[in-house]
Design a binder for this molecule. Structure first.
Ligand code: NAD
Length: 486
C-alpha cells in the first residue's frame, strides 16, 4: 500500500543497523515506514561492535560523520557497548559532537493491552541534553572533597524551553510543566525557571506551570495524567525520562529523539538485547516509535500518523511479540517479521479503543533564539578563595587570614561545603578539609589586582589555595550564593 507522499522528494536519512537485535528491528521498521509511504533516501553506515573491535574507541568511523553532516537525520538501532577498555559511549559522542541539545521521549500507556498502574498516562519528557553536570567537569580538590560543576546557560535554557513549547504547539499539547530545584539552586536552576516563565508568555494558548523537581517527580510517578509536556535540565531529565517510560508499563516500546540544529538522531530507548539476537523474537516497536518521531521531524507527519495508528491497531488486535504477550489479553504471539507484517496489513486503519495519533502534515517549529538583550553591567565585588586545610578551625583560619592585609579587601565569611562556619558558626557543623573564604571589597570595587595580591599574601602565610571564584553583580543583582546560615 502506498500513499500519495511517496511521490514527494525523498529526504536523505543516515541509517545504522546496530548490534544484537538491531538489524532485525531496523529491517522491520524500515519495511513498515516504506510501505506507509515514507519518502526516504537511505545512506547506511556501520557503527558499534564491529567498529569498536577494529580498535576505534568511539565506535564510529570518521567517514560516517560526513554522512551525518550531509543528511542531518540519523535513524539508529541500538548497539552493544563493550565493557571496560576505555570505550566511549557512542550515543554521548554523537549527541555532543553534533550539538543535539534536546532529548524528547513520549511516554504513553497502552492500557488495557499492556498492563500499567497508570492507564491514562500520556506524557512527553523534554530533557536538556548538553549542559548541567553533564559537562563532566569534575575536580578532586582536597583529600576529602571532590566537586562537579553544574553549568546552566541562558541560551541553552532558552533553546530547550522554546523547543518544549514549539513541540507542544506542533503536537496540540495543552500544557508545559517545568521541573527545577530552584529553592536550593537559586542561580543555576533559577535561571532555567526564569527563562521558562519568560518564554511561556510567548505561548498564551498553552498552559504553563512550574514544580520543584522532588515533589513534581513524586506527583509524576503517582498521577502522571496530571502532566502533558515536562521540560527539565539534564540530570533531572535523565532520571525522570526513565521513570516515565517505566511506569507506562512498557519500557521496551518507547522511542526517543535527540534534536540539534545540525543533526537529529532517532532511536529506541532500549539496548541491543544480545541474548535475543537473530531469533526473530525482538519487538521492533521502540525503534518504530523513533522512526515516527523522525517522520514528524522531517515533515512527513501524515506518514507518521498512518504508521502510528496502524501500530496502535495491531496492539489493540492483540498481535504481540513475546515481551508484551499476555494470556487472556493477547491473541497471537508473533516474531519480529510477523509483527511488522501485521502493522503493514493495518496501514490505513485506526485504533478503536486507544487514542488515535494525529500529526501535522509538516512540522512547523520556530526554534530561533531571539533577543539576547543588552549585556548587563558586570561588576567584580569580591572573591571566594578555597583552601585545603585538614584539621582546620574556622576561628584560627579567620585570625590568620585577617593578619594578611590587602588594602580594600575584607574577609567577610568562611564556609565549609556551603555552610557558614565563621563568624558565629555552629559548633555542630561538620568541618571537612575544604574551606571557602569570602573576601569582599570595602568600597564595593574589587579588582583582579586585589585577587592577585591576596593570593600572593595567602601563599606567603602558608595557605594551600585550591581555587578562586569571582564574586560579581549584574546590573547590581548578586550573581553568587550566600553561605547557608549567612
Ligand atoms: P537491553 O535494553 O538491551 O535489554 C534489557 C532487557 O529488555 C533484556 O531482557 C532484553 O531481552 C529486553 N529487551 C530489550 N529490547 C527488547 C526488544 N526490542 N524486544 C524484546 N525484548 C527486549 O539492555 P541491556 O541488556 O542492559 O544492554 C544490552 C546492550 O545494549 C549493552 O551493551 C548496552 O550497553 C547496550 N545499550 C545500548 C543502547 C543504545 O544503543 N541506545 C541503550 C541501552 C543499552
Amino acid at each position: 500500500m502506498t500513499s500519495t507522499v511517496a511521490t514527494e522528494k525523498k529526504v536523505p536519512v543516515t541509517v545504522a543497523y546496530g548490534d544484537g537485535i538491531g538489524p532485525e528491528i531496523m529491517d522491520a521498521t524500515l519495511r513498515i515506514i516504506t510501505e506507509a509511504g515514507a519518502a526516504l533516501e537511505l545512506e547506511r553506515i556501520d557503527i558499534g561492535e564491529a567498529i569498536y573491535n577494529r580498535g576505534l574507541q568511539s565506535g564510529i568511523e570518521p567517514e560516517s560523520w560526513d554522512s551525518l553532516r550531509r543528511t542531518k537525520v540519523f535513524l539508529k538501532a541500538p548497539i552493544t557497548t563493550p565493557q571496560g577498555g576505555g570505550f566511549k559511549s557512542l550515543n554521548v559522542t554523537v549527541r555532543k559532537t553534533l550539538g543535539m541539545y534536546a532529548n524528547v521521549r513520549p511516554c504513553a500507556s497502552l492500557a488495557p493491552y499492556v498492563a500499567t498502574k497508570h492507564p491514562k498516562m500520556d506524557v512527553v519528557i523534554v530533557r536538556e541534553n548538553e549542559e548541567d553536570v553533564y559537562g563532566g567537569i569534575e575536580h578532586r580538590q582536597t583529600n576529602q572533597v571532590a566537586q562537579c560543576l553544574k553549568l546552566i546557560s541562558r541560551p541553552g535554557s532558552k533553546r530547550i524551553i522554546r523547543y518544549a513549547f514549539e513541540y507542544a504547539r506542533a503536537n496540540k499539547r495543552k500544557k508545559v510543566t517545568c521541573f527545577t530545584k530552584d529553592n536550593i539552586m537559586k542561580i543555576t536552576d533559577g535561571l532555567f525557571h526564569r527563562t521558562f516563565d519568560e518564554i511561556a508568555k510567548e505561548y498564551p494558548e498553552i498552559e504553563s506551570e512550574h514544580w520543584i523537581v522532588d515533589i513534581g517527580a513524586a506527583k509524576m510517578a503517582d498521577t502522571p495524567e496530571a502532566f502533558d509536556v515536562i521540560v527539565m535540565p539534564n540530570l533531572y531529565g535523565d532520571v525522570l525520562s526513565d521513570v516515565a517510560a517505566q511506569i507506562t508499563g512498557s519500557v521496551g516500546l518507547a522511542g526517543s529523539a535527540n534534536i540539534g540544529d545540525h543533526c537529529s538522531m532517532f532511536e529506541a530507548i532500549h539496548g541491543s538485547a544480545p541474548r535475543r539476537a537473530g531469533q526473530n523474537m525482538a519487538n521492533p516497536s521502540g525503534l518504530l516509535h523513533g522512526a515516527i518521531l523522525m517522520l514528524v521531524h522531517i515533515g512527513q507527519g501524515k506518514v507518521a500518523e498512518r504508521v502510528h495508528n496502524a501500530w496502535l491497531k495491531t496492539i489493540e488486535d492483540g498481535i504481540h511479540t513475546y515481551d508484551i504477550y499476555k494470556e487472556g489479553v493477547s491473541k497471537e504471539k508473533v516474531g519480529t517479521r510477523e509483527f511488522a507484517d501485521a502493522v503493514i496489513a493495518r496501514l490505513g486503519q485506526r485504533p478503536s479503543q486507544l487514542k488515535e495519533a494525529e500529526y501535522e502534515a509538516e512540522a512547523h517549529m520556530d526554534l530561533s533564539i531571539r533577543g539576547a538583550g543588552p549585556r548587563p553591567e558586570k561588576k567584580r565585588v569580591g572573591v571566594d578563595v578555597f583552601i585545603d586545610q585538614p584539621d582546620g578551625n574556622p576561628d584560627r583560619i579567620a585570625a590568620a587570614m585577617q593578619r594578611v592585609a590587602v588594602d580594600g579587601a575584607k574577609l567577610t565569611v568562611i564556609a565549609n561545603r556551603g555552610t557558614k562556619v565563621w563568624p558565629n558558626g555552629n559548633p555542630d557543623t561538620y568541618w571537612s578539609d575544604h574551606w571557602s573564604c569570602r573576601f569582599e571589597a570595602d568600597n564595593g570595587h574589587f579588582t583582579q589586582g586585589h585577587v592577585a595580591q591576596l593570593l600572593g599574601e595567602l601563599e606567603k602565610a602558608g595557605f594551600d589555595v585550591i581555587k578562586t571564584e569571582g564574586l560579581f553583580t549584574f546590573n547590581g543583582e548578586r550573581g553568587y550564593s550566600l553561605a547557608q546560615g549567612q
